[in-house]
Design a protein around this ligand. Sequence first.
Ligand code: KG4
Ligand code: ZN
Length: 346
Amino acid sequence: MKTILAIETSCDETAVAIVNEQKIYSSVVASQIDLHKRYGGVVPEEASRQHLLTINPCIEEAMEAAKLTWNHIDGIAATVAPGLVGALMVGETAAKTLAMIHQKPFLGIHHLEGHIYATYLSQPHWQTPFLCLLVSGGHTSLIHVKDCGVYQQLGNTRDDAAGEAFDKVARLLNLGYPGGPIIDKLALQGNPKRFNLPEGKVSLPQGGYHPYDFSFSGLKTAVLRLVEKLKKEHKESLPVADLAASFQATVARSLTKKTTACALDHKLTHIAVGGGVAANSGLRNHLQQAAKEHNLTVHFPPLKLCTDNAAMIACAACDHLERGHISSWNLGVQSRLSITDVMTLY
Ligand code: KG4
Ligand code: ZN
């Protein structure tokens, strides 16, 4: 059983955690939301600078909270792909430096593999194979999880990620950033059936539609056109709660339909959800209901493990190190890397 210190800096959270397999000794997350809020989205250069300022205090805090010494640590890990290159470099450099100083192995981790491992942290007896629905600010994927490092991508988004769609719709409704939690809260007071919005479909060249690929840009444009129409028609304020509820229900329906179809077609009885959008109450309700109807088991990790954190990165690194997977000192960071290429990191 390996103990790993992991660093996650792929986007706008500086996170450090110490984990032994499924036991979290410490997990520190310093969010940059306040910094990026005024721009309505993450500004990469600002994110890198902020990671530089917060990384060392986060490492110290994680070590103190875990009450461990460096002798207890078996390996140092960092997210190396995919993500913002400058931001990833801060975590990667810090992890490699610590690994060299303390003479520990270094492991580069794929960010999405971390989201997959969040499931094991909250469900220790969870086993492969299963289907992972990964819904974050940057990704929307259906992944067949076969074993550590062995993944098959069955579905993907063709344009916006689910979280990105929430953020963009929140911006056009002037609700603030990040949009997901704001829309989720507002939707509770709205009527999800008031507006009929299109669920995105991805056409195939030979006709018909892709059964598991997602598209959210058409839905976002439909909300924009609807808002423009409502503004023209009404003098009173926009029915934002009904718009939020209708939009959220459409996203939840689309994610649920494709995830359920994918699980049934591939005879996968277990579904794990990961990424920030897994926090969404609409998605939770729709998917849990559908899973019940089709006799499927669905697991949503607790909120703090759904959004970006380093405990999930450490958990993935524990499994890789246990199997003898170690990264080269020459391994760099990559803005893009398919989940199917995880093993190129070792
Ligand atoms: O996984 P995450 O923390 O970071 C990425 O790797 O992208 O996901 C962040 C995304 C944001 O787009 C945010 O709006 C969305 O997750 N999000 C939500 C909710 N909470 C966070 N979307 C819908 N409903 C929520 N409750
Ligand atoms: Zn993420």
